[in-house]
Design a protein around this ligand. Structure first.
Ligand code: NDP
Length: 339
């Protein structure tokens, strides 16, 4: 298929891009600058420009940002991953909510208007749009599924950056489903709702100082920043980046995935478990890791909510990688970046 991938320089999108190419699709990806396009192009020397091409979209929060970029002959599918995921913000609306919501509605409007051949749209949402923050991690009587929606309000969104991020994902995904209902476009929609995404980064787009948000906890172990105390894990469920990336592509390819949300989760993890995986597999980091006697980073005594990934397994048919494989491959990739 001919696919438009937004935010191709992102942690997850870099893997989506490679999986699309491996499976024979043609990719046109948007990035914010020519230098990012050049870096991706250079990392794919054997792929010619008829299979991989670029569009510059500097700021998805601008109305109409995708209108021109999406005008592509024969375009059949769109995977929209671009959205801010960081907590380093000054203005929740401007820095998180607008790019998430206007970015999502903007790309859907642009497709309807300027790419009428598109039949499939896949959007990266998040467990942030499913979880109910007020219930806490120890809501043991509840099992989260695709039927759950985060009830967060705009007022709560403005309370702190973490709420702001969760709200940005919730409002953006809701806006996408509302668009589908009201506008009745030619395309179907699938949304991907992963919890924390861990796993290898592509070396050509990263530096250790500007690592994507979800992998920063591993970097903190590797640099010795967490030697004296392991912080609270916060979010206790995860999935490997290669698995969530493959799910995006499968959702685009499979008819059965149309008009469904997918809660894409491997299982649970804690910061302490990550630490032990690094200790076991990378003895060279031993003196930077917290000793076994150091406190923190375990599971809550009250237990953890349940999760149900059966729709992802049944409809998309994926097998999930385990935590040890993911962390080992991530540490190896960060060593490459360090070089
Ligand atoms: P990254 O920060 O690596 O990727 C985010 C991408 O969005 C980057 O390409 C970034 O471009 C782009 N972007 C952000 N803001 C804008 C903007 N205003 N205009 C244009 N482009 C923008 O994070 P991830 O790969 O982790 O995140 C990708 C998606 O996955 C997001 O939608 C995120 O919410 C979602 N997600 C991620 C999880 C995780 O644990 N990683 C968990 C659940 C969902 P640039 O880098 O050039 O600024």
């Amino acid at each position: 298929m001919k696919v438009f991938l937004s935010g191709g320089s992102g942690f997850i999108a870099a893997h989506v891009l490679d999986i699309l190419l491996e499976r024979g699709h043609t990719v046109i990806t948007s990035v914010r600058s020519q230098s990012k396009a050049d870096a991706i192009r250079k990392a794919h020397p054997s792929v010619d420009s008829s299979k991989l091409d670029f569009r510059i979209v500097e700021d998805i929060a601008q109305e109409g940002a995708f209108d021109e970029a999406i005008k592509i002959d024969g375009l059949e599918a769109v995977i929209h991953t671009a959205s801010p995921f960081h907590f380093n913000i000054t203005d929740t609306k401007k820095d998180l909510l607008d790019p998430a919501v206007i970015g999502t509605t903007g790309i859907l409007k642009a497709i309807k208007k300027n790419a009428p051949g598109v039949k499939r749209v896949v959007i990266t949402s998040s467990f942030a749009s499913i979880v109910d923050g007020d219930k806490g991690n120890s809501w043991t009587e509840h099992t989260y599924t695709e039927a759950d929606w985060n009830p967060i309000t705009l007022e709560q969104a403005l309370e702190n950056p973490s709420n702001g991020y969760r709200a940005s994902k919730t409002f953006a995904e809701k806006a996408a489903w509302e668009f589908l209902e009201k506008e009745k476009p030619n395309f179907t929609l699938s949304t991907m709702c992963p919890p924390l995404v861990l796993g290898p980064v592509v070396h050509y787009l990263n530096t250790l100082d500007a690592l994507n948000t979800s992998n920063q906890r591993i970097r903190n172990f590797m640099t010795g920043a967490w030697k004296d105390e392991i912080p609270y894990t916060g979010i206790f469920i995860w999935v490997d980046v290669r698995d969530i990336a493959l799910c995006h592509v499968l959702a685009m390819e499979k008819e059965e995935a149309a008009n469904k949300r997918f809660f894409v989760v491997e299982g649970k993890f804690s910061n302490r478990e990550i630490c032990e995986v690094i200790r076991k597999n990378f003895p060279e980091y031993g003196d930077r890791l917290p000793g076994k006697e150091v406190k923190g980073g375990g599971y809550d005594e009250g237990g953890l909510f349940g999760w149900d990934n059966s729709r992802t397994k049944t409809v998309l048919g994926v097998e999930f990688r385990g935590l040890e494989e993911s962390i080992v491959d991530l540490v190896k990739s960060l060593k490459e970046v360090e070089k």
